[in-house]
Design a protein around this ligand. Sequence first.
Ligand SMILES: CC(C)(COP(=O)(O)OP(=O)(O)OC[C@H]1O[C@@H](n2cnc3c(N)ncnc32)[C@H](O)[C@@H]1OP(=O)(O)O)[C@@H](O)C(=O)NCCC(=O)NCCS
Length: 117
Amino acid sequence: MATSSNISALSAIDDRSGDLLGFVISRIVMDEAEVLTIAVAIDRRRRGVAATLLETHLSELAMERVRRLFLEVEEGNANARALYQKFGFVEKGRRDGYYRKADGSRASALIMQKDVI
Ligand SMILES: CC(C)(COP(=O)(O)OP(=O)(O)OC[C@H]1O[C@@H](n2cnc3c(N)ncnc32)[C@H](O)[C@@H]1OP(=O)(O)O)[C@@H](O)C(=O)NCCC(=O)NCCS
């Protein structure tokens, strides 16, 4: 069996200050990719940074011939879930108690998917 994988990453930088505003990282395997993380600086949120990052990232993945994009998100992460819903990700599965939180409690992961092309 032969496999290959590579990482696609994109960052958003403030033109004036040079500050890092946010970034997104995915791992590509064949014609699928998984979003490993997306994050925006806490004082720069709700200004469309993640939306711009994700839109550009999706175009870049499509150019890499990625057909499907997956990700895992904590069930209670309403902000991220709203972002993914806006971009047409749909829930495909769930891992109960997948995350261990700082207070020792467990949280479930939702597996979401989007067709890129
Ligand atoms: C999730 C996260 C990346 C969103 O970044 P952001 O730059 O604030 O998001 P945007 O301003 O681009 O918002 C795009 C859309 O996401 C949704 N959204 C983002 N933050 C939201 C919030 N606080 N409340 C409700 N909806 C939200 C909305 O649909 C929004 O579209 P709208 O502005 O037209 O309503 C950011 O909150 C973050 O870094 N969180 C911590 C890291 C994290 O949880 N990453 C996801 C791991 S799976």
